[in-house]
Design a protein around this ligand. Structure first.
Ligand SMILES: [Fe+2]
Length: 249
């Protein structure tokens, strides 16, 4: 590396914007109004979901937060919200399939929910779960084992965004070795969540460790991120990965 080698970023190629219809299905979003930090009103839900349809998705599986400290959502709350969203879409003649699961936070109440087998799933019994952003929870490995023993297939949400793993590559390998499917946010490829998040997402793609792409859309700002990710070489690379299962859901 030359004297100024570290100062200049390598210029990234800008490709033709990819048509997201190739993904077919989005599996991570917050489109049920008023129950988490996503859509606030049914009008928001309609605006966001119809923008997803315009991107080319044929189906969205929306995943409200379930978090004991902040969002005490239950399957009943989520599924009745889903019915309202479906009815509003029909009323507005927006033809797109909408389903719901949840984004489970690994918190003190999660193990009990697993034991009761009351989790909302998508596809082949997949459960989307996330970690707190501060540190790896001590119960993580136990929770993964509990999920798998109960017949669930764990999917770790936005795996590239956990700062506490950014300098511990073996953690990502360990997740894959345990049979956890890894999901990244499309927006991470733009650098909007920070340069380290982008770098990790790219390394995970290079190592063929990603099984699912998600929008993690809460508001229009996230859709703008996804729109700008469409020209990124890494998005072009991952959508053609045979490991990716979005379109099978
Ligand atoms: Fe999310």
């Amino acid at each position: 590396m030359g004297l100024f080698g570290g100062l200049y970023k390598k210029k990234e190629p800008v490709l033709e914007p990819i048509d997201l219809s190739i993904l077919q299905v989005d599996i991570h979003s917050h489109f049920i109004p008023g129950i988490d930090d996503g859509a606030k009103t049914i009008e928001d839900s309609i605006e966001l979901i119809s923008a997803m349809k315009d991107f080319g998705y044929r189906k969205v599986i929306t995943t409200p937060h379930i978090m004991s400290d902040y969002y005490r959502n239950t399957p009943e709350i989520i599924l009745s919200g889903l019915e309202k969203v479906r009815a509003a879409l029909k009323e507005n003649n927006i033809d797109i399939e909408v389903d719901a699961a949840a984004e489970y936070n690994v918190d003190a109440d999660f193990p009990e929910k697993i034991e009761k087998k009351e989790l909302l799933t998508f596809g082949d019994n997949y459960v989307l779960f996330e970690l707190p952003f501060m540190e790896e929870p001590g119960v993580l490995k136990d929770v993964i084992w509990k999920l798998q023993s109960a017949g669930y297939k764990p999917v770790l949400a936005h795996v590239e965004r956990y700062q506490f793993w950014h300098h511990q590559w073996d953690k990502f390998e360990d997740m894959v070795n345990r049979g956890v499917l890894l999901q990244i946010n499309i927006g991470s490829l733009t650098g909007s969540y920070g340069p380290e998040v982008k770098q990790i997402a790219e390394k995970l793609i290079d190592n063929d460790m990603i099984s699912l792409l998600g929008s993690d859309c809460h508001h229009m700002g996230h859709l703008e991120m996804i729109d700008s990710a469409r020209t990124k070489a890494y998005l072009h690379k991952i959508v053609n990965s045979p490991k990716l299962i979005n379109k099978k859901l």
